[in-house]
Each structure stands twice: as structure tokens, then as C-alpha cells.
Ligand binder design. Sequence first.
Ligand code: NAG
Ligand code: NAG
Ligand code: NAG
Ligand code: NAG
Ligand code: NAG
Ligand code: NAG
Ligand code: NAG
Length: 465
Amino acid sequence: MAMGFLSLFVFFSSFVYVSSAEFSSIPGINYGQVGNNLPSPLKSVELIKSLKAKRVKIYDANPEILKALSNTNYQVSIMVPNQLIVNVSSNQTLANEWVKTNVLPFYPQTLIRYLLVGNEVISSSPPEVWAALVPAIRRIKHSLKHFGIRKVKVGTSTAMDVLESSFPPSNGTFRSDIADRVMKPLLQFLDRTKSFFFLDVYPYFAWSSDPNTISLDYTLFESKNITVTDPATGLVYHNLFDQMVDSVYFAMKRLGYPNIRIFIAETGWPNGGDIDQIGANIHNAATYNRNFVKKVTTKPPVGTPARPGSILPSFIFALYNENQKPGVGTERHFGLLYPNGSHVYEIDLSGKTPESEYKPLPPAENNKPYKGKIWCVAAEGANVTALSGALSYACSQGNKTCDAIQPGKPCSKPDSLVLRASYAFSSYWVQFRPSGGTCFFNGLATQTTKDPSYGSCKFPSVTLK
Ligand SMILES: *[C@@H]1O[C@H](CO)[C@@H](O)[C@H](O)[C@H]1NC(C)=O
Ligand SMILES: *[C@@H]1O[C@H](CO)[C@@H](O)[C@H](O)[C@H]1NC(C)=O
Ligand SMILES: *[C@@H]1O[C@H](CO)[C@@H](O)[C@H](O)[C@H]1NC(C)=O
Ligand SMILES: *[C@@H]1O[C@H](CO)[C@@H](O)[C@H](O)[C@H]1NC(C)=O
Ligand SMILES: *[C@@H]1O[C@H](CO)[C@@H](O)[C@H](O)[C@H]1NC(C)=O
Ligand SMILES: *[C@@H]1O[C@H](CO)[C@@H](O)[C@H](O)[C@H]1NC(C)=O
Ligand SMILES: *[C@@H]1O[C@H](CO)[C@@H](O)[C@H](O)[C@H]1NC(C)=O
């Protein structure tokens, strides 16, 4: 009897072992490629090995990358680009062609397991595309079936802005403009096909937009004593990430789908950013990502307060700092690695390296908002041709942006392209920052706290209080 029980137990636990080897809680990595200085796909796959990731997600179906990932153990997530969604939604031939070109040549040698139709479509594409999203997803699923491929889960990635309410988590509700039109049919598809709700979750953005209300420790999974209790459910939260994820569970439940699994398609923390951005530093990035790894690799799985004990599959964002991503500085600083392949900080995605083996981190220098003046100037070594193009562009925007550098005006002399561009960038940025304008100009501009004014030429500045 005891023997029988024991062998049954051994059998059962080895079964569990096999199935959990297939469905790992070890995070994957988002391999973005928006940079002009990144290592080759083959080299990148080696670097991914050094991180001990389990899965790789790409934002297209780059054939070189899919080839480099063949005959490895990485489960791979590929993507139909947003621009194709409308056409695919109404054209099965096109859907079949996409799968034929982008999946068949690599499958099954490359373990393609997830196929995302679009990236944050609701956030980044116009409403015409929203209506095409689920029809396109259905067509891609149909194509896979047509070609006899059944192991690939189809879905789409969404950001937290699909919710109109996320606090307390039990109040999680999808936006009314998409709830019935997009989310309901999406959830129906995910439920029917046992796929996942692919969610991009960035506690960093929630905290950095409201650092006086939200505790940084709570956001970094570091808080020992701060908890948030959801009054409606009594669930107790120890970090912001769980709160955000659960608000999506509750939103799905509200639409009648309480059982769809969430797959964290992106999460991470910037290791650097602009002067006017708070908390983007190596210390916090390492802390957040290491704690995230610890959370999701803990055995048995902890899940979230609303789904205790469930495995949270995930991809961390991102493999590299990507120097050509537009927008604010943090966008270009989410990498675990620099483009030269060296680690920004030590991290082991398998969760097997104890905290004590890591070298001490540099202190966090910008966890409080910067106060003072900031200017936007030409970056060192900026390409002269490109700089004069950016100068013309900046001067063509806004009101009187470049008056001061016209002949006879205080900033017309000396006749230096770098000085004129710096003036134009500062003047542009001061006017457009309130509406989301950035100090970037494709890498030609950078923020500085050193006043570039000279003589009677005063540069406009942004003042943070
Ligand atoms: C979508 O289809 C239209 C009409 O066939 C075509 O003109 C357009 O180029 C297609 N768009 C893309 C992104 O392929
Ligand atoms: C559907 O897609 C195929 C393959 O790209 C193309 O040849 C065909 O013209 C498209 N049909 C329509 C109605 O746009
Ligand atoms: C719940 O969400 C709604 C919006 O969907 C909001 O008006 C309401 O204030 C929220 N309730 C609480 C307790 O925050
Ligand atoms: C939690 O602990 C920190 C550090 O000991 C302390 O500064 C903070 O006031 C505490 N917060 C609460 C809500 O008790
Ligand atoms: C890689 O790049 C980073 C950031 O530019 C730099 O700090 C580091 O020294 C470089 N490492 C090597 C091995 O070149
Ligand atoms: C400088 O910029 C121009 C225009 O953007 C581009 O054509 C040229 O290749 C660039 N030169 C270098 C050295 O990067
Ligand atoms: C330029 O001036 C007009 C009219 O005063 C104003 O409506 C507009 O917002 C200004 N543009 C910027 C970028 O400040």
C-alpha cells in the first residue's frame, strides 16, 4: 500500500515535472531591435543564454532571428505587425500567405508557441484597426489550423490603458468604447482557444506619474509594511504589480470571462532616462527585475491575490537598450544589456542566483523629482547634415521658435550650427513639452542642466518645481 502510494506519488510528481518544464515560470525576454548598434541575431541568442531566459518574444517574424533560434530550447513568440491587421482581417488568402512565409519555414525546428496579432493595437493604432483586430486574429488562427499547426497560441498584446478603472483592483473595468466592440469578442476567442490575455504591465509608469501618492518601495516589490486592501474583496496587496494584474482579471470577470490566463507580455524598469524623468536608474531597474524574477519563479507559484497559486508566464522588457526608439529617454533604456553585449546589471532570469551573490548596485540618484531649469541642446557628435535638417524642422514649429537666431538678433552670432540648433531645440521643447513633445530629435538632442546661454543670448528653459 505504502509502496503503491509512493510510486504513484513519484509518477505523479515526474508528470508534474514534465508539464512544468513545458510551461515554465522562468521569464522570457523581449528581443526588440529598434537600434542601429545591436549585435547579430546569432550573437543575441548567445547573450540570451547568458541571461538564462526561457522564452524569446520578437516584434515581427524576422527570418534571421527565427533561424538563429532554431534547434534551441527557447519557446518563441512572433508578431503580425499592426499595419497588416486591417488587410488580414478581410482576406484569408493574405492570412494564409503570412503564416506560410513567416511560420512554416521555421516550424517546428524553432519552437514558435505564441503568435501575437498586433502590438498594443488599442493604444497605438486608430479605431479603424480596433474593429479589424479580432477578425484578423481569427483568420490567423484559421490559417495555422489549415497548415496543421496546433501548438501555437494566438492573441494580441494590450497595455493597461484598455482599462477605464483599475482601482481598487476589484473595480477593474474595460473602457466603454472597446468593452463590447473589441474586448468581448477577444475574450471569447481567447477562452475558446485556451489562449492567454497578453498584458504589458509597467508599475514604473504608474508610479512615475504619481510618485507622491504611490510608494516607490511598493512599486519595486520592496515594501515590508505597506499594504493596500481592496475594500470590496478584502484582498491584501503587497506590491503595485499584483494590483495592476488583478484589475485586469476583474475586468475580464466583469465581462463574463473569469478563467482566462494572463501572460505578462512585457514588464520592466528603465535603467536610465531624461533629467526630467524620475526613478529611472540602474539601482531601481535591477531591484524591480530581480524581485520580479523572484516572485514569478518562487515554488510553489504565488500568483496574485485574485489568482493565488497560479503560474504567471512572462517576458521581461527588454534584451537591449534600443537607441532608435522615439519618445522620452526611458524608452531607450529598458535593456538588461548594453548594445555591446555587456550587462547593465547582474541578473539571472532563472531565479537561481541568490541576492547575496550579486555585487552591490550603484546608488539611486534620481528617486526624487528634479527641481530646476533644463535645456535641450544638440548632442555631442551629432551628424551635421541631420542636425541642420532638425534645426529647420524645429524652427518651422510653434511660435517665434527661432526668432532669436535670425540675423541681427541676440543669438545670431557666432554663426555655429550647434549653437543655433541648441537654441532651436530648447525653444521647441519649451513650447511642446506640455503636449508631449520630447527632447530627442532622433538622437540629435539631449537634455542638460548647464545653461547654454551666452552674452545677451538667453536660451529658453523648462523649469521644474
Ligand atoms: C492593403 O490592401 C490594400 C488594397 O488591396 C493595398 O492597397 C494596401 O497596400 C494593403 N496594405 C498593406 C499594409 O499591405
Ligand atoms: C488578398 O490577398 C492576396 C494575397 O496578398 C491578394 O493577392 C489579393 O488581391 C487580396 N484580395 C483582396 C480582395 O484584396
Ligand atoms: C470604480 O470605477 C469607476 C469608473 O469605472 C469610478 O467612477 C469609481 O470611482 C471607481 N470606484 C472606486 C471605489 O474607486
Ligand atoms: C514603512 O517602513 C518605512 C521604513 O522603515 C517607513 O519609513 C515608513 O514610514 C513605513 N510606512 C508605513 C505605512 O508604516
Ligand atoms: C559597454 O557599453 C557600456 C555603456 O556604454 C559601457 O559602460 C561598458 O564599458 C561597455 N563594455 C565593454 C566591454 O565595452
Ligand atoms: C548624416 O545624416 C544624413 C541625413 O540624415 C545621412 O544621409 C548621412 O548618411 C549621415 N552621415 C553619417 C556619417 O551618419
Ligand atoms: C502659438 O500661438 C497660438 C495663438 O496664440 C496658440 O494657439 C498656439 O497654442 C501656440 N503654439 C504653441 C506651440 O505654443
